[in-house]
Each structure stands twice: as structure tokens, then as C-alpha cells.
Design a protein. Structure first.
Length: 217
């Protein structure tokens, strides 16, 4: 079976009072809007385990309407995986052969996702942490990441994690770069959600992630 691509008070006093009242009202409106925005948005801090949701103002077409799971975020920068860009579907055996692994006992098909523009030949499995290898990284809230083809082999043998995404490539940011992009309104930040991350309907993930925010578009 071949791999298949997937589809995209005096008078003066009165004037002073009116001006003052207007300023108070304007300030109240601004503060209310600011408070609403703070309530809706996730506090920035460490974004590990959060979802980055591309805003309609995203200027980079490579990330248009993407949702990215942040695997690591610290003073050295950030590392994340796009979770809503499936690109192909095919036999696990063929995929393993591409990684130099031959096992005739593996069965089934898997979907390959585009994880980002960096390291297109690097493979990752984002998965539930019920199955872990020695080099697996536990991220947060029951989610882990593994970059060892042995986990894909385990999936093909029916011994893999309950939930997973197989991903090629990743998104990376230098120190301060992601924070600058968020300040420039390129990304919204929302809480990580396993049902959304591992959901089957990739086309609806961006909209669902956007709906997690309380500020309407």
C-alpha cells in the first residue's frame, strides 16, 4: 500500500466635571477591556505544555491556522510541534524502513504530521505517557514526547501508547523570539488539552483552540 497525501459646576466647573467624567468613563472602559483580555489570555510565564494558536494576524504562511504544542520553553528558547497538519498516511512498516528499521511483524497504518519547518527529516512521537522509553521526555499533564523509532515499532506491534501523533519536523525559537511574536499578536496561548491534541479531526483543531479563548475574533 502506498503513502497517501492528505488534504487546508459653574459653566467652567461644569465643563471640567464633564471632561473629568468622560475621562473616568474612558478609563473604566479601557480597564474593563484590559481586564477581560487578561482574564481570557493565559499568563505568559513558562509555556511548556501550552498550545500556541496562530492568530488571523499571523504573517508567516508556514504557520497559518496552526496549533503548536510547546514541548519546551526556557531561557534558551522554545521548541514545539504542530499538531494540526496531517500530510500523509501509509503503512507503519514503510515508515520504519525509512528510519532503517525492518520488522515484518508490525501492522497497521499511521498518519504523518508536519511538525514545523525545522529538521524535516527528524521524527517525533507526541503521545500519552502510559508508555515511555528510556529517552522519552515527560512534558506535562500526561503528555510525553519520544524521538526513538522504537516507539513507532511498538505502535506497530500493538504495544504503543493509547494516544499519539507521529510528526516530522519541528518549530524552534531563539531566546526571546517567541515572546516577541506573542507580543506582536502572532500567537494566542491556551491551555493544553489532550482531547484537542490527539483528536482525529485535524481540520477543526484550530477553530476549537480559538474557541478556548474568551475574546471573540
Amino acid at each position: 500500500m502506498r503513502w497517501r497525501g492528505l488534504r487546508k459646576k459653574s459653566r467652567a466647573t461644569d465643563y471640567w466635571a464633564l471632561g473629568y467624567a468622560g475621562a473616568v468613563v474612558s478609563l473604566a472602559v479601557l480597564l474593563s477591556a484590559f481586564a477581560a483580555r487578561l482574564q481570557a489570555a493565559e499568563p505568559l510565564g513558562n509555556l511548556t505544555g501550552k498550545l500556541l494558536v496562530a492568530t488571523p494576524e499571523m504573517g508567516d504562511p508556514r504557520f497559518s491556522e496552526t496549533v503548536i504544542y510547546v514541548v519546551k520553553h526556557n531561557v534558551e528558547g522554545a521548541f514545539g510541534l504542530v499538531i494540526n497538519r496531517p500530510v500523509a498516511k501509509g503503512p507503519i512498516r514503510d515508515l520504519l524502513q525509512g528510519f532503517g528499521v525492518e520488522n515484518k511483524n508490525v501492522k497497521g497504518e499511521v498518519v504523518i504530521h508536519y511538525g514545523g519547518p525545522v529538521g524535516q527529516n527528524q521524527g517525533f512521537v507526541l503521545h500519552s505517557d502510559d508508555v515511555l522509553l528510556e529517552d522519552s521526555t515527560k512534558v506535562k499533564d500526561g503528555i510525553a514526547m519520544t524521538s526513538d523509532s522504537k516507539l513507532i515499532e511498538a505502535i506497530g506491534l500493538g504495544k504503543g501508547p493509547r494516544q499519539y501523533l507521529i510528526i516530522l519536523g519541528y518549530a524552534g525559537w531563539a531566546p526571546g523570539q517567541l515572546e516577541a511574536e506573542i507580543d506582536a499578536n502572532a500567537w494566542f496561548v491556551v491551555t493544553g488539552d489532550k482531547a484537542l491534541i490527539f483528536g482525529n479531526d485535524a481540520e477543526k483543531k484550530w477553530r476549537r483552540a480559538m474557541d478556548k479563548r474568551q475574546i471573540p475574533l
